[in-house]
Design a protein around this ligand. Sequence first.
Ligand code: AP5
Ligand code: MG
Length: 214
Amino acid sequence: MRVILIGPPGVGKGTQAALIGSRKGVQTLSSGEIFRREIEAQTDLGRLAQRYISHGELVPNGVTIEMMAKRLRESEVRKHGFILDGFPRTVKQADALNEILFDMEMPLQKVFWLQAPDELIVSRLSGRLGCTKCGAIYHSVNKPPTREGFCDVCNSPIVVRSDDQPETIRERLRVFRESTAPVIEYYKDLGLLVAVDATRDAEEVYKEIIRETD
Ligand code: AP5
Ligand code: MG
């Protein structure tokens, strides 16, 4: 499988990437999650990324492309393919990805555009909880953990993401419309885009994506 999940913040990209990755044995590459790990480990890249992420802005293209190129060239990706979650997010990143995949002789199969109205997105993000260690995603109402405050997968504490504050969510939605909407047009023009109604239950959304890729 060689697919991209694209869509506004909170639409369910990470949730679908985790479902597909675990059930189909495909490598999930989530740029946001990789940045969060770097922040947690207090690396130079993490410190740089944090300055942008905390305001809902995009991390500069140069470092983002370099980081994702390195991950894409890992052997697991060459063997089993990839699910890209949150990358590319600008036309410049999409151009860079084309070059990387051309070199690797791994052409994209499909780009799934997950769609949901802003009100639903805000309600999903305002209840979201994430594991500090493995990145598993929960929701206080839709998907609560079995033991309150702790991850079902690795038992680590689960917390509200620091960029899930109302003001930052609004800014992320604005940045999505400004910088990422043109990427959707880009893949539409290449004939790779598949629109998915992401307002439905996560299992329904998953089934549709799998139907389109099998
Ligand atoms: P990133 O981590 O990618 O954040 P995002 O795009 O804002 O998207 P989210 O992770 O918030 O939402 P999601 O679509 O994954 O939804 P989720 O599955 O969690 O990026 C964070 C930041 O990093 C960016 O702002 C930027 O600064 C930087 N960055 C990342 N990539 C970059 C790039 N390429 N270039 C530059 N900068 C970059 O679901 C949300 C909630 O809804 C959860 O609680 C979940 O349980 C629930 N839910 C999901 N699906 C359903 C469903 N079907 N029904 C009911 N509830 C659901
Ligand atoms: Mg995510």
